[in-house]
Design a protein around this ligand. Structure first.
Ligand SMILES: *Cc1c(COP(=O)(O)O)cnc(C)c1O
Length: 241
């Protein structure tokens, strides 16, 4: 793990505070362009691959939720930041055998994509006597490499999840196709919103679909244009990985 300054020549000329201001300005501009209130869009800083001292600096600027994609990395950093009241948000693919670590460290999981993981989490959360906020990750792009539930299975999955008392469904998450074609990226975000709107009409008991986590450093404007309530931003804040 290394700091932004080691990797990104551009970042070396700016401070974390300046990059944070710049990202917030992008969010504000995108909200204004979409006729939305900037207070509707949350920034989730994605600190994966950056070390605890960088996160500590971000905490000093008032951030306290951080997105990470590996449980092992959270387990390394959490003890070093035990005085910081950090909330860890898991955004990456989780193996079923890592459910125990999710229950131990995570305040939230945005990458719930299958029943086997929900069952393992439910068991571990019950044992820990706690609940977990979750977003269901949908696969909105045709890329083989992308994780996520098939959108056609969303309603059935939500109906099953409504039976798990430990899992509090708050919305949906997706990663767009990796492409320079902005229309193709935007179509992924539109797909997520359409799936949400359709499922929300069913009013499934105990299921909230208010949150849409979509948009990253390269495409947060497109996510906001399509109704994102949360953008997950790594490199634009922390530097290249
Ligand atoms: C790494 C990651 C991000 C942040 O990506 P950047 O392009 O660095 O902003 C967002 N979401 C997920 C699921 C990620 O793994």
């Amino acid at each position: 793990m290394s700091t932004a300054e080691n990797h990104n020549p551009a970042a070396a000329t700016t401070t974390f505070a300046q990059r944070l201001d710049a990202v917030r300005a992008r969010i504000d501009r995108a909200c204004a362009a979409a006729g939305r209130d900037a207070a509707e869009v949350t920034l989730l800083p994605v600190s994966k691959t950056f070390d605890a001292e960088v996160i500590r600096e971000a905490v000093g600027l008032g951030l306290n939720r951080f997105g990470e994609n590996r449980l092992q990395e959270i387990a390394q950093k959490a003890p070093l930041l035990s005085d910081c009241n950090v909330q860890w948000v898991v955004i990456g693919h989780v193996q079923t055998n890592k459910a125990k670590e999710v229950a131990k460290y995570a305040t939230e999981l945005q990458s719930l994509d299958r029943l086997a993981l929900a069952e393992a989490l439910d068991q571990r959360l019950k044992a820990a006597g706690r609940t977990l906020d979750v977003l269901v990750q949908l696969k909105t792009s045709p890329e083989e490499s992308k994780f996520g539930l098939d959108p056609a299975e969303l309603v059935g999955f939500l109906e099953t999840l409504s039976g798990f008392e430990t899992l509090r469904v708050k919305g949906l998450m997706t990663m767009a196709i990796l492409s320079d074609d902005r229309a193709a990226v935007r179509a992924c975000f539109k797909k997520l919103r359409d799936c949400r709107d359709e499922a929300a009409r069913l009013n499934i008991k105990g299921i909230s679909l208010e949150r849409l986590s979509m948009g990253m450093s390269g495409d947060l404007e497109l996510g906001i244009a399509e109704g994102s309530t949360e953008v997950r931003v790594g490199s634009a804040l922390f530097g290249q990985r």
